[in-house]
Write a protein that binds this ligand. Structure first.
Ligand SMILES: C[S@@+](CC[C@H](N)C(=O)[O-])C[C@H]1O[C@@H](n2cnc3c(N)ncnc32)[C@H](O)[C@@H]1O
Length: 226
């Protein structure tokens, strides 16, 4: 890994919180390798993504920073004809998802336990029907805004891998991040805000925390218009 890459890794803070139980460690050692996206592979075409899912799916959704995976698990149960790629470098989140995959025998989830910005460069062009960025780290201090996940570079990366007309679903409880995202969308030639009601979906852990603290959440549906 280059020094630049190492520096970039500060973006998402901790990779591990509480120590893993023996069961969780077993999931990391045994189940993760079976459902893991190869962190160095470049997927050239949609056929290779189908291969990642043992040939079972031709439609793909991506969730970036799935946290405790509440939303991803719910979506994967609901749309069993779609292959879901969840990207989350925080190992305790990965373990939560692995637990659900094992218990519910979910076959339509693959996990990237690395930086989504790297993954986006390794996914095939026009391969995703949907992408979710839900409650990304807000980085409230102005001098940290450059660490926010949404920026022109990540939007261009997303545009490359999304199918024309696909939706990017964004949510935040931080008013300033909503304004920030709307501004970046307005400045980006590949996306426009779509006027669509938020669809039914569960609250994530982060969203629950925000609601308990009295912060309302805003959802943006953003269409890829490339
Ligand atoms: C505030 S949490 C929200 C988690 C979850 N979406 C929720 O709503 O509960 C943001 C998550 O994004 C992850 N994250 C931050 N930077 C990331 C990156 N570059 N690639 C993938 N995930 C990232 C963090 O590890 C963290 O779990």
């Amino acid at each position: 890994m280059t020094q630049d890459k190492l520096r970039e890794y500060r973006l998402f803070g901790r990779r591990q919180g509480s120590p893993l139980s023996p069961r969780q460690q077993r999931l990391i050692d045994e189940l993760l390798p079976q459902v893991q996206v190869d962190n160095s592979a470049v997927y050239q075409d949609v056929g290779q993504l189908t291969g990642l899912f043992c040939g079972k799916f031709t439609r793909f959704h991506l969730e970036i920073g799935f946290g405790g995976a509440e939303h991803l698990i719910w979506q994967a149960r609901r749309a069993q004809d779609v292959g879901f790629i969840g990207c989350e470098p925080f190992i305790n989140g990965v373990v939560k998802l692995l637990t659900a995959i094992e218990e519910a025998k979910l076959e339509n989830i693959r996990i990237c336990d690395d930086d989504a910005r790297d993954l986006l460069d390794r996914l095939p062009e026009s391969s995703l029907e949907k992408a979710y960025v839900l409650f990304p780290d807000p980085w409230p201090k102005k001098r940290h805004h450059k660490r926010r996940f949404i920026n022109q570079r990540s939007l261009n990366q997303l545009a490359r891998v999304m199918i024309p007309g696909a939706h990017l679903c964004f949510a935040s409880d931080i008013a300033d991040y909503i304004t920030w995202t709307k501004g970046h969308i307005a400045d980006n030639q590949y996306f426009e805000l779509a006027n669509i009601e938020p669809m039914e979906r569960p609250r994530t852990r982060y969203e629950e925390k925000a609601a308990r603290a009295g912060r309302a959440s805003t959802y943006l549906t953003i269409a890829c218009i490339k």
